[in-house]
Write a protein that binds this ligand. Structure first.
Ligand SMILES: Nc1ncnc2c1ncn2[C@@H]1O[C@H](COP(=O)(O)OP(=O)(O)OP(=O)(O)O)[C@@H](O)[C@H]1O
Ligand SMILES: [Mg+2]
Length: 332
């Protein structure tokens, strides 16, 4: 009987698998430096180095599970947040980022969906690869199709050369499709096929191309509601949403509003060459705290820019300096 562990089979597997190949070369170097010692000794030393087996501590804890809130936040240097809802969300991101799982990010406009997509890429094993983003609401159907899937020369008038689509550009990296709920039915079908089969057909081409991308998408529309109304394919929704991340609106993040206000004000003052950020009167802060911020962090950024542009230098920002709808929320 031929053993499954025949040496030539193991050799083949090692050649096929880059990690095994790398380990094989580490072991060969180890042997060259420290002499024989036999397989058992090599295995024991490797296990000790990797912290598995024997008396060594068990596998290191997964990030985000045993870490304190401060440690979790440190993984997200570009995202200003501190509230429990965001820390819980970050723990989920830390769990799913290292996997290749497809993630759907939902949340109101301006809540930071794109920022979270980028963080998932940065925390994944694909971080050295490309991160490619496309906004499905920004282009008409035919243009978006060729942007995503590419086209071959002569596919349509003006296609004077073969062009790679976003899927191919994201090869070995991450592709993020924003506003995926705005995709036309025809493109939804094509996207579903590409995700199911791991390959795509550029516009005007008959030969399929294999793709290796981690797929992320986002929408500020409720996709379940769209599927109920027949505007979004249910099968595509399930493909996109093995993992769902829901960003809370700014009004549900408690004191994160003040943290963000502080950071945005400092950044905006620097950009406008103001020597220091403007001070806000207590009534101004109260009005901002009562406002619902339907446009979330983006709306807050716009409001701060407006304040800085319109305020008189040296005078604190009063409620009358705020946009009318925010002033109204403060009862002023
Ligand atoms: N927690 C945060 N900390 C710092 N900046 C943030 C945060 N959330 C959002 N932003 C900033 O607010 C702006 C809007 O964020 P982003 O584009 O990620 O939102 P979005 O949810 O994708 O919005 P839309 O639904 O309109 O596409 C960006 O400039 C982003 O950098
Ligand atoms: Mg966005």
């Amino acid at each position: 009987m031929v053993s499954d562990r025949a040496p030539d089979r193991e050799g083949d597997a090692a050649r096929r698998d880059p990690l095994k190949r790398h380990l094989a070369s580490v072991i060969a170097n180890y042997r060259a430096e420290f002499g024989g010692g036999g397989d058992e000794a090599v295995r024991r030393d490797l296990a000790e180095l990797l912290g598995v087996g024997g008396a060594s501590p068990a596998v290191p804890p997964e990030p985000g599970i045993h870490e304190s809130a401060e440690e979790v936040l440190a993984h997200f240097p570009k995202v200003v947040a501190r509230c429990k809802k965001m820390v819980d969300l970050f723990r989920l991101v830390l769990k799913v980022a290292p996997t290749d799982a497809t993630v759907l990010i939902q949340g109101e406009s301006g809540t930071g969906k794109e920022l979270i997509a980028r963080s998932i890429h940065d925390l994944s094993h694909r971080r050295q690869g490309p991160y490619v983003a496309e906004n499905c609401a920004a282009l008409p159907e035919t243009l978006l199709e060729s942007e995503l899937f590419g086209h071959s020369k002569g596919a349509f008038t003006g296609a004077d050369r073969t062009t790679k689509g976003r899927f191919q550009m994201a090869n070995r990296g991450t592709l993020f499709l924003d506003e995926v709920g705005d995709m036309s039915p025809g493109l939804q079908k094509k996207l579903l096929r590409a995700l199911q089969e791991g390959e795509l057909r550029p516009v005007g081409s008959s030969s399929p191309i294999k793709i290796d991308v981690r797929f992320l998408s986002a929408s500020n529309k409720d996709l379940v509601d769209l599927t109920r109304k027949g505007l979004f394919r249910e099968d595509l929704y399930y493909r996109l949403s093995p993992i769902r991340i829901e960003l809370p609106p700014l009004r549900e993040r408690g004191d994160d509003l003040l943290l963000l206000l502080d950071r945005i004000t400092v950044d905006a003052a620097r950009k406008c060459n103001r020597p220091e950020p403007p001070k806000l009167a207590p009534e101004t802060l109260a009005a901002m705290g009562r406002y619902r911020w339907p446009g979330n962090v983006r709306e807050l950024q716009n409001e701060v820019q407006r304040m800085i542009a319109l305020a008189d230098p040296g005078r604190p920002i009063e409620p009358r300096d705020l946009s009318p709808e925010i002033r109204a929320a403060g009862g002023a």
